[in-house]
Design a protein. Sequence first.
Lengths: 37, 135
Amino acid sequence: MGFFLQWSCYLLAFLLGSLVAWVIVTVTIGRTSEEDA
Amino acid sequence: MNWWLMALAFAIGLVLTGSFMVGMVTRDEPVSASGDAVEPDVPEPEAHEEAQEPEIVEPEVVAPHGPGSARPSADGTGPEGWLVKANEESKLYHSPESRSYGVTRAEVWFRDVETAEAAGFNRWDSGKSQRGMRR
């Protein structure tokens, strides 16, 4: 596997982790603060 | 392919994005219609004793940056006669002379320029914006 392909896989994993965190934060905190407000 | 590195990249993305987003969200302070900042973490006083007298809660005057500072009311306006708008993130204030005064949404109002500077805020054109710096 080429060097760039390998690094894009790691980048993709990073973005995937980022996306998961975004979904978690948006769903949990977003709802809570709406109720609190 | 190194699966450990994959997992590490995933975890770093998760942690970085998560902490950044939580940091941004907790900064938001809901403001009630009376203009007082709502304290979300203050627990309700529990009525353990039946003979407890009802407490009269005085509306707290919130001066987030000392006397002469105030939170904006729900419509964003400040106390009567106070003209200095300030942004807490950049630590800059705008007096009516500022070109961006009209479009600036005040996070804090100050009574006058002197009060704002005493609270550690800088003039809008001083080039001392602290936006993006770690608090």
